[in-house]
Write a protein that binds this ligand. Structure first.
Ligand SMILES: [Zn+2]
Length: 398
């Protein structure tokens, strides 16, 4: 039997479009396809993001999110912002018998770890050959532009069963089909959230560039710019461009600098690592965090030529331990940011990501910093186009 752990993929940042109990009254073919079609796509004018990965050797699981207004607590204040809002997890078709006894595939109400779950199967809402589960939650979301707490049943996941006409979908099928996706899940955060890298440039280009949109969860605008690059319908010529919107999805979800273990990831990389406490807690040792290890392994494999790491609010292109004057100058020119020498307040940096990259890989890596409140036009358009240009790419229409 398949052993499944109940996953609550969201805690406090769900979108609430009204009080959705249940969220969708009818099975929606288009909606169901969205849940299992990997990629970032528009459906009826709204952006959806779906990423799939092996849940077990037998089961492929997809996570779908919807772009919209969400509420995030930043420095103890609720803030409304645009971003991805968890929609559901979908377990792709597997044999019904594997799910025997599992609450996610057993109709009725269940109590798991003190929380109430409600599963429905093979009915008008779920469609035949599947189950849907809701969880009883109090969620803070945005209703009519206002931050509100709403308590009720919230849609959480779908289990699909195989049948004579619906084949089993195993994780190995994706590899066997030779299908290349435009993203990779390079690792998972401490709380199990996927860390995504999206390939948006020209896969045949010889120059490989990379943008890391966010490391510190309270720095919101740089992450937005990364998504604007990924969602842009124009093609990018001249470079393969990898975009990692955030390496700290746990911090991102709650608007906090550190990861779920309280670690400032920018002190956890294995270069001149020193212990630090408090706000800049550097972890129990170099590479103690799954987030930094994921970045290390991915970068060591991809070895981009140039990389930009985005931060805030010091309004700068950083010239500390510069490896490529050319990249620095292009960033200053195309982003309109001043050059500054940022030495980590101490005169020397320890365990930072760009420091590790510059010393360990052929890559030239540079930190940039937005100010406190960049304009909407700046972080959605100016910086989007400026970053691509600075990294050697050209947008073409199409
Ligand atoms: Zn930062």
């Amino acid at each position: 039997m398949l052993r499944l752990i109940m996953t609550v993929a969201t805690v406090v940042t769900l979108l609430l479009t009204g009080v959705a109990i249940p969220p969708r009254a009818t099975a929606d073919v288009q909606g169901a396809a969205v849940y299992t079609t990997p990629g970032v796509h528009q459906v009826n004018g709204r952006w959806w993001k779906t990423t799939c990965e092996a849940y077990s050797s037998q089961v492929e699981r997809c996570r779908s999110e919807l772009w919209g207004q969400r509420a995030v607590k930043i420095s103890n204040r609720w803030t409304v912002e645009q971003g991805w809002i968890f929609n559901n997890l979908t377990y792709r078709p597997s044999e019904r018998r594997m799910w025997a006894g599992n609450p996610l595939a057993t109709p009725g109400e269940h109590k798991v770890n003190g929380r109430r779950w409600l599963t429905r199967c093979d009915d008008a809402w779920t469609g035949r050959g599947g189950c849907r589960t809701m969880i009883w939650s109090t969620t803070t979301g945005v209703v009519n532009g206002r931050v509100r707490n709403v308590t009720g049943w919230v849609f959480n996941n779908i289990v699909q069963f195989s049948s004579a006409s619906v084949p089993v979908v195993k994780p190995s099928d994706r590899a066997a089909s030779g299908t290349t996706l435009d993203y990779e899940i390079i690792g998972h955060s401490r709380q199990g959230r996927p860390i995504e890298a999206w390939l948006v440039g020209d896969p045949k280009a010889t120059k490989v560039s990379m943008v890391i949109g966010q490391m510190h969860g309270e720095e919101r605008y740089n992450n937005r710019t990364a998504w604007e690059i990924i969602k842009d319908p124009r093609q990018i010529k001249g470079i393969q461009l990898w975009v990692i919107p955030t390496i700290n999805p746990d911090g991102e979800a709650i608007g906090r600098r550190q990861n779920a273990a309280g670690v400032d990831l920018n002190g956890n990389f294995g270069v001149e690592w020193i212990p630090k406490a408090g706000h800049y807690y550097a972890g129990t040792g170099a590479w103690s965090e799954p987030e930094t290890r994921a970045v290390r392994d991915f970068l060591t494999r991809i070895k981009p030529h140039e990389l930009v790491s985005m931060h805030a609010p010091l309004l700068a292109v950083d010239s500390y331990q510069l490896k490529s004057r050319s990249l620095h100058d292009r960033l200053v020119r195309h982003l309109g940011l001043p050059s500054k020498y940022l030495n980590c307040r101490l005169g020397v940096c320890n365990g930072t990501m760009t420091q590790w990259i510059n010393q360990s890989l052929p890559t030239a890596a540079i930190t940039i910093e937005y100010g406190y409140t960049p304009s909407h036009d700046y972080y959605t358009r100016v910086a989007r186009d400026g970053l691509v240009k600075a990294l050697g790419g050209t947008f073409t229409i199409g």
